[in-house]
Design a protein around this ligand. Structure first.
Ligand SMILES: [Zn+2]
Length: 434
């Protein structure tokens, strides 16, 4: 553990510390943030004192990414939530713009330090320690993932940056430089299992004993994780962040039972019902959308930011000693479909289908028949077969039945041969609209 005093602090004590930080953050917002002075004022909250402490945070309005974008002007390309002066800002990242035009994320020196600190705790939870080697595959460049790479230095690892898009170079680096760990997206980790198998390369026998995955859901899904662990002969743990709030805020420990909040003290987590927007208790087994609030941010702090990540919460004590709620991401709102009133995440479909290994490859594609979120049943799902497995009606029927039983969704299952669905060296597309 990088900071045992902090990471094992009883959660109630953490919340008391966070309450004081939160009140200071609110005062800072009222002083410097045009966006929040206006937004909170419109909600009838005229000062930090009126907003109160963390106990009443649920009474304040939520922040949507869209609202931030709407305040962008030619004079202020960041948005009216910008609080820092030009000279206070030391770095500006771009979002990858998967949902619209890119947006900018500024950081002060303190913000950057805090990002690295939280990310280092998250990645260290996986068990990697100073002196080990780690190969990274992020083409971080302009994106926030670049700051995550700073966390590897902070842990004291020997960092071997290889980047995405050159698998041969990556495999050679693993063979020659013998890293103990690799960090990549779960899609790329899966791609490498197939790529090496097709060339007779023994990935299982490589020096890599830990695979750290981040950037998309998957690493925490039992069937998907099992496939990665078998292919790599390594333990797989996941990490998760969100560009506007911070990188790798959460990181899983060796217990593999949900991600700990590495950014504790810097970020306050909440859970909401995504449809009603109402607060849910961070109780064991609860699920909902993750909402995050900065506690000590300077450049462009956010209050009750909707992450669009749907998570399941665990609060049972973790044998590793880290305290506080843990989360597992079960999907992104942006990918969610509603089939006859039932919420369906494509990643959950993949997890159910993955249970049919070794007959299936684990790759799926959901093909909604109509535009928008609401779909009439049956929901078309393409399921890729494992190599040398022939399509048979009984298998399709068994998958259809399991999807109905587990996800309460009526699906139509189309079996496609091995290689019939696309692979990604970055993030997998699980939904394809006609
Ligand atoms: Zn743990």
């Amino acid at each position: 553990m990088l900071e045992p005093d902090v990471e094992t602090r009883p959660w109630e004590e953490q919340l008391a510390v966070d309450d004081a930080s939160y009140r200071e953050q609110l005062a800072y917002l009222f002083e410097r943030s045009d966006f929040y002075r206006l937004k909170l004022g419109a909600a009838g909250v005229g000062s930090a004192a009126e907003a109160g402490g963390l106990a009443s945070i649920g009474l304040l309005p939520l922040t949507e990414k869209r609202e931030l974008r709407e305040t962008v002007t030619p004079d202020n390309p960041i948005g009216s939530h910008l609080c820092a002066t030009r000279t206070e800002i030391v770095r500006i990242y771009s979002t990858s713009g998967t949902t619209g035009t890119p947006s900018y994320i500024p950081l002060t020196a303190v913000d950057l330090e805090n990002w690295v600190k939280g990310s280092a705790r998250s990645y260290a939870a996986s068990g990697v320690v100073a002196g080990e080697r780690i190969v990274s595959t992020y083409n971080a460049g302009p994106f926030v993932a670049g700051a995550a790479l700073g966390a590897l230095d902070r842990i004291g690892l020997c960092h071997i940056p290889v980047g995405t898009g050159n698998t041969e170079r990556l495999v050679r680096a693993i063979e020659l430089l013998q890293p103990e760990a690799a960090v990549l997206t779960p899609s790329y980790a899966a791609y490498l299992v197939e790529w090496t198998a097709a060339r007779g390369i023994d990935l299982r026998g490589s020096s890599v004993v830990r695979v750290l995955v981040a950037g998309e859901p998957g690493g925490g899904e039992p069937a998907f994780r099992a496939k990665l662990e078998a292919g790599w002969g390594a333990r797989v743990t996941e990490a998760m962040g969100i560009g506007d709030i911070g990188i790798s805020l959460w990181g899983e420990c060796e217990e593999q039972d949900g991600m700990h909040l590495g950014a504790r003290g810097l970020v306050h987590p909440e859970l909401i019902d995504p449809d009603a927007g109402t607060s849910l208790e961070l109780a064991d087994g609860a699920s909902g959308e993750l909402v995050l609030t900065h506690l000590a941010h300077r450049a462009a702090p956010l209050l009750r930011f909707r992450t669009r990540d749907h998570v399941e919460v665990r609060t049972s004590p973790c044998p590793c000693g880290r305290t506080g709620p843990r989360v597992r991401c079960i999907g992104r709102t942006d990918d969610m479909l509603i089939v006859r009133g039932v919420n369906v995440f494509p990643s959950a479909v993949r997890e159910v289908v993955g249970g049919f290994a070794p007959r299936v490859s684990g790759n799926i594609l959901v093909k909604p028949g109509s535009p928008g979120v609401k779909q009439d049943p049956p929901l078309p799902v393409a399921v890729e077969l494992a190599p040398d497995v022939d399509a048979d009606l009984a298998l399709a029927e068994a998958i259809r039945e399991r999807l109905r039983a587990v996800l309460v969704v009526q699906a139509s299952v189309e079996l496609v041969p091995w290689g019939g669905l696309g692979r990604s060296e970055y993030k997998s597309k699980l939904v394809e609209r006609a």
